[in-house]
Structures are given as structure tokens and as C-alpha cells.
Write a protein that binds this ligand. Structure first.
Ligand SMILES: Cc1ncc(COP(=O)(O)O)c(C=O)c1O
Ligand SMILES: N[C@@H](CCCC[NH3+])C(=O)O
Length: 425
């Protein structure tokens, strides 16, 4: 069941009309469904039932504290990429010992913070990073738990900007260098080699590339075992896509089906090994947990007919949602209260001073100034990628919980945006 549907001619989030949200809280506003969030997390948790597995939500997708808090209470761990994200997890009541730290450029200060808080694992992406981590840990009299992010050179068949597992990408250690890198890690006194990790890309509609990457990780674990380097956890990353409803797109693989196939392979491998050693499985899903839990509600300010194009100018902009202009991403735009009447083809654009400030192109819509539109499946990489470009305050965020509506982030007041700046004396 969709958590965003039309009732009595109005688009609702659960039982709440989005027109009411706009009236009470203004626009642009992100509106999330708590039930949708819990349902998406449950798809992972149910498939992991009874297994040694941990779902580390990739919080870069949406790091609102209320969302982190809900997921932490469901037992989620977190995949972080900065010290700031670790502080958010802690502020939201998450457990540092369920945190894995990804990213190619961890600073010494971030490493120190993560060691102090006692995270589960550092996903290390290069030899210089191994040395830096070893030194930081030594300085603190600690040992750092380490997993190497291996680049399996698998084509994720997604947009080039969000493919991460190819040789040409900055991420991870090349598959052919992995053994040597593991040997280097194992030789460093203040590191504990505990895991193996990969993440091949985002918005994958098919699980074949993920399973291909799994096979390569398994092969490497066996090679490492023979060297006396024992891997305790296997982290397959995130990447499962969602249905943005783009014309011609095929539906993404259901999470349960993918995890079922993945666990079947792991079980077959473990059974064939007869060594009785368990390997914990870690997932780092972001988009598939939050994308379809949220919409961005916006108001049409003006219609601007043109010789070549008609523009619908809305009060949301690229600073609120970067995905269309950054990736050419297609995101659905639905009228909150569909009106009768003739439709025209519009480019839906924001007020920011950039030609790239578009949210949707060539959409057939019957709209008038003052109408509300909802950008669908906007819960992932929406608010977290928002900026203050053009000194625009970022949108409010609302969580619908049954009959209740909670403000989970206040709209930013543009007058507060320069509080950290100062003038020359
Ligand atoms: C290291 C890492 N893990 C997890 C994710 C989450 O990916 P997704 O949102 O596609 O599940 C990303 C983003 O692509 C990532 O870079
Ligand atoms: N921000 C991207 C995904 C990047 C994932 C981070 N590695 C998107 O909106 O699709």
C-alpha cells in the first residue's frame, strides 16, 4: 500500500491531506511517513531474522534526528562518512558500537573521535589511510577495528555519478591490490583486521551486480583465510534502487528477494567450507530505506508561457532538491489537488539564478499559480543535499505519524543564515 495516495481529490500522507500541511507549515516542506519508514526498515530486518546480520543505515541519505532515532529504536546501526554524522548518531540515541565509518578522506580528528566513541569498524579505502589510522590509534593506546573497502570492478549499471565500484572510481582498494593491502593492514600493530567491505553504486534496479560483487568478496575471504587473515564480517554495502516512476524504468528488485538470494549464496559457501566459522553480514542501505517515505511539497508561484517552453515557477529549487540537476534524475511531480481543465507541457523550475535550477522537465500538468505540487520519492538525498544557495533558508521537515503531524525540523529563517559570519574590523 502506498503511504501517499489521493483521497477525496487530495493527495494525502497517510490520513493527512498535504494541502493541510502546506496551510499549517508553509512550503516548500518535506513530508515523511513514519509507517513507510518502519515498513522499509522491516523489509531488511525481516530478511535478516535469525541471522548474524546488521543493517547499518547509510545516513547520508537522510540524517534528520527523528529518522535516526526511529531507526535506532528498531535496532539499526549506521553507516557514517564524517565525524559530524557520528555526533548526529549519538545525539539521536544511536549506538556507536553499531557504527561503521566509510569514506576516502577521514581526518585525524575524525579518526580520534570515532576511536574515542568506540565504533564497530573503519571501512578503510587506501594504504595511506591505514597508516594514518594506525598512528592515531597508537597515540591513544588503542587498536582500531578495520575493514577494507574493496573495489570489485563490477559494473553497477547506474548513473556514472553514482557508480562507485569501477576501476575508474576514487573509492576502495582495487581488487588486484586487495591481498597486498590486507597484508599491510595485518602487519600494523594498532589495527585489528575484522572485515571486508564493498559498495558498488546507488540506485541499482537489479541485484545481479550485487551478487557478482558478493562472489568476488567471498573469493577474497577464502584467499585471506589461507594467509591466516580471518574475516569476521562481510559488508556488501547499499545500493538497492527505488521506483521513481520514470517512464520506461523497470521496477527495482524487492529487498527481500535480494537478501534471500544473497543469504542462500553465503549459506552454500559456508556449508562447503566445513570450518564452522560464522561470518556476520552487514548492509549499508540508504535510499531503499528513506526515498519513498518522503515528498517535497511546493507551491506554484507563477506560470510563464514561452515561445519554446512553458515554465511553472515553484517555491522549491535546486537548493532544496539537487537530484534532477545533478544527475538528470527524473522525479515525479503530482498535483496535490488535481484540477480539471486543459493540460500544458511545463518545465518545473525554481527561483534560483541558474539555468540548471529545474526540478522536472516536460511534464504535462493542469496548474495555476497558488497550486501545490508534490515531488514524490524525495525522502533520500533531498534534505541532506540541500544548501543555502542564494541565501535561501532550507525547507521544513514534517513527520506524519498516523493522525499526528510532527515538525521534525523547523524551516530556516534566511535572517539566521549569516549568524556565523563577521565583518572586517
Ligand atoms: C559507502 C556507501 N555505503 C552506502 C551507501 C548507500 O547507498 P544507497 O543509498 O544507494 O543504498 C552509499 C551511497 O551510495 C555509500 O557511498
Ligand atoms: N546522492 C545520490 C546518491 C549518492 C550516494 C552516495 N554514495 C543520489 O541522490 O542519487
Amino acid at each position: 500500500m502506498s503511504h501517499f495516495s489521493y483521497r477525496d481529490g487530495v493527495l494525502h500522507a497517510e490520513s493527512i491531506p498535504l494541502s493541510r500541511v502546506a496551510e499549517e507549515f508553509g512550503t516548500p516542506t518535506y513530508v515523511y511517513s513514519k509507517a513507510a519508514l518502519l515498513q522499509n526498515f522491516a523489509a531488511y530486518a525481516d530478511a535478516c531474522q535469525g541471522r548474524d546480520a546488521l543493517v547499518c543505515y547509510a545516513m547520508k541519505a537522510n540524517s534528520n534526528l527523528a529518522i535516526l532515532d526511529l531507526l535506532a529504536r528498531e535496532g539499526a546501526g549506521f553507516d557514517i562518512v564524517s565525524g559530524g554524522e557520528l555526533l548526529r548518531v549519538i545525539a539521536a540515541g544511536g549506538d556507536p558500537d553499531k557504527v561503521i565509518f566509510s569514506g576516502v578522506g577521514k581526518t585525524e580528528a575524525e579518526m580520534r573521535l570515532a576511536l574515542e566513541k568506540g565504533i564497530l569498524c573503519f571501512n578503510v579505502e587506501s594504504i595511506p589511510e591505514l597508516h594514518r589510522l594506525n598512528e592515531v590509534a597508537a597515540g591513544m593506546g588503542k587498536r582500531a577495528p578495520v575493514s577494507l573497502r574493496v573495489n570489485p570492478n563490477v559494473d553497477a549499471k547506474t548513473h556514472p555519478y553514482i557508480a562507485t565500484g569501477l576501476k575508474a572510481n576514487k573509492f576502495g582498494v582495487a581488487f588486484d591490490d586487495a591481498l597486498a593491502t590486507y597484508r599491510a593492514a595485518a602487519s600494523l600493530p594498532n589495527l585489528d583486521v575484522v572485515g571486508i567491505d564493498c559498495h558498488i553504486g546507488s540506485q541499482l534496479l537489479d541485484d545481479a551486480p550485487l551478487l557478482e560483487a558478493l562472489d568476488k568478496l567471498i573469493e577474497l575471504i577464502d584467499t585471506l583465510d589461507a594467509e591466516g587473515i580471518h574475516i569476521h564480517h562481510l559488508d556488501i554495502g547499499g545500493g538497492v534502487g527505488v521506483d521513481y516512476g520514470a517512464p520506461g524504468d523497470k521496477p527495482p528488485v524487492p529487498v527481500g528477494d535480494y537478501l534471500g538470494r544473497l543469504f542462500a549464496r553465503i549459506d552454500a559457501w559456508r556449508a562447503a567450507r566445513h570450518d564452522g566459522r560464522a561470518v556476520k553480514v552487514i548492509f549499508e542501505p540508504g535510499r531503499s530505506i528513506v526515498a519513498n517515505t518522503g515528498v517535497l511539497v511546493t507551491k506554484v508561484e507563477f506560470l510563464k508561457p514561452g515561445a519554446e517552453k512553458n515554465f511553472a515557477i515553484i517555491d522549491a529549487a535546486m537548493n532544496d532538491m539537487m537530484r534532477p540537476t545533478l544527475y538528470g534524475a527524473w522525479m515525479d511531480m503530482k498535483p496535490v489537488v488535481p484540477r480539471e481543465g486543459e493540460k500544458a507541457v511545463y518545465d518545473v523550475v525554481g527561483p534560483v539564478c541558474e539555468s540548471g535550477d529545474w526540478l522536472a522537465k516536460e511534464r504535462e500538468l493542469a496548474v495555476e499559480p497558488g497550486d501545490l505540487l508534490a515531488m514524490m520519492s524525495a525522502g533520500a538525498y533531498g534534505m541532506t543535499m540541500a544548501s543555502n544557495y542564494n541565501t535561501r533558508g532550507r525547507a521544513a521537515e514534517i513527520m506524519v505519524d498516523g493522525e499526528q503531524v510532527h515538525v521534525i525540523r523547523q524551516r530556516e529563517n534566511p535572517a539566521d543564515l549569516f549568524a556565523l559570519e563577521s565583518m572586517l574590523k
